[in-house]
Write a protein that binds this ligand. Structure first.
Ligand SMILES: *Cc1c(COP(=O)(O)O)cnc(C)c1O
Length: 230
């Protein structure tokens, strides 16, 4: 099942790149494996997946311990400052930096471990109250404050679009995130790179690719529905 799902996602990825005139190599699929057992991650790994996304620190570190070491782990969920120390030397990219304080903590812990952590700034483009992320109009100021921190390297922006029935409804938000990254890029802020755009999930990744996504985060479309135990 995972194999077929991955084939389908990869085909949509290829089609979307073609439609948008983009190189397939510009878009990387992150297999969002939160709540899923190791057997399923292993199956995805055997199909070639090397980028995995998790949204909880403990789950990420547990999976990190047992899965192959060539995996690139993405922290995509809200991150509490007191848990930063457990992941700074394990993650490839933290997508969910939504405050200067969080970035300061990441920088501090990264320096202790002698690493530099790549991060994205999470922007709440749609302005949903239920979502984390900074406001688009705050982005430049927040980025200017985070940029000088020695332990972090800003690589771009991330957004979580609203849950919608019609993915076209999210096109505007993806386009806005892209525009914001272009605007910030033009400011030539030291230690800031805007090459990464993390946007698009199972329901809307095709549209996100057309609007410039470089990482898409797909869970359900690869592993099936998640069951949450309450
Ligand atoms: C769970 C999650 C995803 C994947 O969602 P699907 O709809 O299952 O593809 C992507 N991004 C973030 C931040 C998530 O928490």
């Amino acid at each position: 099942m995972i194999k077929e799902n991955l084939q389908e996602v990869n085909q949509v990825l290829i089609n979307s790149c073609e439609k948008a005139g983009r190189a397939v190599s510009d878009v990387v699929l992150i297999a969002v494996s939160k709540t899923k057992p190791i057997e399923m991650l292993t199956e995805a790994y055997e199909c070639g997946c090397r980028h995995f996304g998790e949204n909880k620190v403990q789950e990420l570190t547990e999976k990190y311990e047992v899965m192959p070491k060539d995996i690139k782990w993405h922290m995509i969920g809200h991150l509490q400052r007191n848990k930063v120390k457990y992941i700074v030397d394990k993650v490839y990219l933290i997508h969910s930096v939504d405050s200067v304080k969080l970035a300061e903590e990441i920088s501090k812990e990264a320096q202790k471990k002698n690493v530099t952590v790549s991060v994205l700034i999470e922007v709440n483009v749609a302005g949903e109250e239920s979502k984390f992320g900074i406001k688009p109009e705050e982005a430049e100021d927040v980025i200017r404050q985070i940029a000088p921190l020695p332990g972090v390297a800003i690589k771009g922006l991330m957004t979580i679009a609203p849950y919608v029935d019609n993915p076209e409804d999210n096109r505007q938000y993806f386009a806005q995130l892209k525009q914001l990254s272009v605007d910030i890029s033009k400011k030539n802020i030291d230690n800031v790179n805007m090459s990464v755009l993390s946007m698009g999930m199972t329901g809307d990744y095709a549209v996100a690719i057309e609007e410039g996504a470089t990482f898409i985060r797909v869970g359900t479309g690869i592993f099936g529905e998640r069951q949450y135990v309450i």
